[in-house]
Design a protein around this ligand. Sequence first.
Ligand SMILES: *Cc1c(COP(=O)(O)O)cnc(C)c1O
Length: 381
Amino acid sequence: MKVPFVDLHAQYLTIKQEIDGAIAEVIAESAYIRGRHVDAFEQAWARTLGVKRCVSCANEMDAIYIALRGLRVKTGDEVITSAHSWISTSEAITQAGGRVVFCDTDEETFTIDPNDIQRKITPATVGIIPVHLYGQPADMDAIMAIAKRHNLWIVEDCAQAHLARYKGRYVGTFGDAATFSFYPSKNLGAYGDAGCVVTNDDRLAEWMTTFARHGGKGDHVMEGINSRMDGLQAAILNAKLPYLPAWTEARRDVAACYDELLEDVGDVITPKIAPDRDHVYHLYVIRTENRDTLREYLTEAGVSTVLNYLKALPFYPAYAHLGHVPGHFPVASFNQSRVLSLPMYPEMTKEMITYIVERIGSFFQEPDSIAVKVIQFAECR
Ligand SMILES: *Cc1c(COP(=O)(O)O)cnc(C)c1O
């Protein structure tokens, strides 16, 4: 059996008619740049989350940049973000003129550690970008309390966390602004690049809209950038949006199967969810001391896995100038050599999940215990 890491084509086949129809409409209308499909998606996404404004743009890295410019980040301003994440967040801070200040992650949730945020605040700190990594919300109460105490803004990086909730409230509704990616493999994915910033602040939304569209149409009130979501992507997202809740539930089902079947197998640590958080499992990330050999074993068995992320950001050459050593980020350093992302997508079958956990069981030479659990858990999907 072969199990891909994600299977976008399998999802397309389940909604082929809607997608083909949406694409045909855009072409019939030549609504390639902006237009009604983009407006409709901005409104639908804002309504889904319960925020006032959604400003669409070309991708999420642009979204973070646009938000940081809107929040008036100046040269030398320090912006705090997570040490173990995708690089876009820190890249956007630098691009906006800010200085990246990395914080260690929390042992259980892989999200930014509020205690480390507290330690990293200086008079130059202007804001915090928590990342709801893998689909689990960061500790927003603690982060918002720190932000309030020190008069900092918050931009939530929600790239991996569409419809994730903290104390029942969607992520993306806590910060001064929040950014989403609709990269094809994200929980809500376009068929190309797309992203957005959401906010409840009308003035910020207006500024960001103007900035992202060449500083204004007709009247260029400032120099901006060109960052647009195109009509095809918006029409595809409109077609997919109604399915997002069901896809999210399907991801949770897959995760529940993995959780149950991988419990006490070898030294595998399955993902933990902190209280009051609804995880949306963009990624299902286990930890094991045997990560590299297990990964090889699974590859040979036809199971694709990914390392999210191979190194914590401070340890890439891009940030060598910051002079960080593993002791500065003990949790991220510990996790970087242990994390392994297993296949995770809504269309995964029970056979696929069973196959993967059986392979992991035989890697740890515990095939019998897995077999028993698979039988007991036959109803898991
Ligand atoms: C995917 C991702 C981004 C960037 O999104 P793009 O739309 O590809 O620019 C940023 N942050 C995180 C955590 C991501 O996973």
